[in-house]
Each structure stands twice: as C-alpha cells, then as structure tokens.
Design a protein around this ligand. Structure first.
Ligand code: BTN
Length: 247
C-alpha cells in the first residue's frame, strides 16, 4: 500500500512542518537534528521504512516498508515536564486506537499500548540537551499497522492494527489523527489531568510484576512516571525503566 508519500503527507498535514522519507535510518535521528537547528514544536518526521529504528532499552525497532507508521514529533517541553512526555506518547496512541473502534486497550507501564495484552506500538522519547539546558524532545512513535508477526519470536506478544480490527486502515488517516492527539496532550503537558488519565489506563497497577531482578506488587506510580513496587521483602522500590513481566 502506498498511502504515504511526500506529496500526500505534506498535503494532508499542512501547515504543519513535516519531513517525509520513503526510507531513513531513524525518524528520531532526523527529529533530534532538526530540533537542534530550530524546528518548531509540532514539526513531524515521518518515514515509510526505517533502516535503524530504535526501541527502548537499546533495542532495535523494525519498520519494513508499507506496513507501519513511524513518526517523530519535535516537542519543546520545560525540563520539569520531560517525564510526562513518555505518558503523552502513550496517551496519544491510546486515543488513536480507541478512535478506530478497538476495544480491550491498556497501557503496560511505562508506555506500551496493548490490545488484548499484545503490544501494538512503541514510544521512544529522546531528549536533546545543550549542557544542562533542555533543547527539546523527539517523541518517536511506531505503530504496527499490518506487520505480519507469524513465525517470528513476537508472534505471541505483538499485534497489528488491521488484523485486530479486521479491516484495512489508511495510514495517512492514522497519521493525521495521531498528530491531533499529540497536539491535544502536548497542550496539557505538566497537568495533573494528563498524569491521572495515563495512570487510569495502566494495566500494571495492583498486579504482581517482575522487572529485572525486582519482584513484587506494582502498588502505584508517582508524578515522574516511576513505578512503585512493594517487593517480597516488603520494601517499596522505585523503578524508572524496565520491562514488566506479569507474575
Ligand atoms: C519501544 O521499544 O517500544 C519503542 C519503539 C519506538 C519506535 C519508534 S518508530 C519512530 C521512532 N524512530 C525510531 O527510531 N524509534 C521510534
């Protein structure tokens, strides 16, 4: 499917500043470079295919051509709001998916939006600093639209939007809606409302979790997005990053 092209993307997203690539190493790289050279908040980098897409925790993120959405948005938050950018990304994708009519959505801490407990997207905010001055954040988001995970190691844990919905989806429409929702939550960055909605959508709280070498009950999250886990020895542990396994 060729819904995405420089022309269709520019036309649909005007007057937003956009850079579109049929193929790029990583949209986050382009956005980080662009924000260093003056990109306005809301500027968006879109690619049909990524050669070196990055995931959380140093992982690779695969974006083959024609089957996914790979977007990075330049944001200019206050330094004190940076922790909320990861929540913002998850909320924008959650809203996007809810708007397509999907049910059984949830956010697995910190920012994996899941459908029927399977991962359908990834969110990777990366900040650019000039010394101790925050220049901005590239908010990278990848959505599996029609990725086929059959026979891969992700077969049981990942899902794509089209098979989940049972219909074809236009990636240009998705892109426009996603950026609308990013704008919506960006306007609410730093608010209690953003934090509370993110928290209310988490599927992690109240469950027994294992993260790296910590096992216990995920009791709560704090305003910085850290997960508070009561470990088996009764100590409250504050975790800033990691992969949650249930049980
Ligand atoms: C994760 O590991 O869950 C986060 C994956 C983030 C992938 C997106 S795709 C667009 C942007 N560019 C990248 O290189 N990564 C992010």
């Amino acid at each position: 499917m060729t819904e995405l092209s420089a022309e269709t993307v520019q036309r649909r997203l005007a007057p937003r500043a956009v850079r579109y690539y049929d193929r790029v190493d990583s949209t986050n790289d382009v956005a980080l470079e662009w924000l260093r050279t003056g990109a306005a908040a809301g500027s968006a980098v879109i690619a049909d295919e990524q050669m070196k897409g990055r995931g959380r925790l140093g992982r690779t993120w695969h974006t083959p051509p024609g089957v996914a959405l790979a977007v990075s948005v330049v944001l200019r938050p206050e330094a004190a709001q940076v922790a909320q950018v990861t929540m913002l990304g998850a909320l924008a994708i959650y809203d996007l998916l809810e708007g397509t009519g999907l049910n059984d959505l949830g956010i697995k801490w910190p920012n994996d939006v899941q459908v029927k407990a399977r991962k359908i997207c990834g969110v990777l905010p990366e900040a650019a600093w000039d010394g101790d001055r925050l220049l901005g954040v590239a908010l990278g988001m990848g959505v599996n639209v029609r990725m086929d995970f059959t026979g891969t190691e992700l077969e049981d844990t990942a899902i794509s939007l089209e098979p989940a919905l049972g219909r074809w989806v236009n990636r240009l429409d998705l892109l426009e809606s996603l950026l609308d929702r990013v704008d919506f939550w960006y306007a609410r960055l730093g608010t209690t409302a953003l934090f509370e909605v993110w928290k209310s959508r988490l599927t992690t709280l109240g469950r027994v979790v294992t993260i790296e070498n910590v096992r216990g009950v995920a009791e709560n999250v704090d305003a910085d997005g850290a997960l508070l886990v009561r470990d088996d020895a009764g100590t409250l542990r504050r975790l800033l990053a990691g992969d949650v396994a249930f049980g």
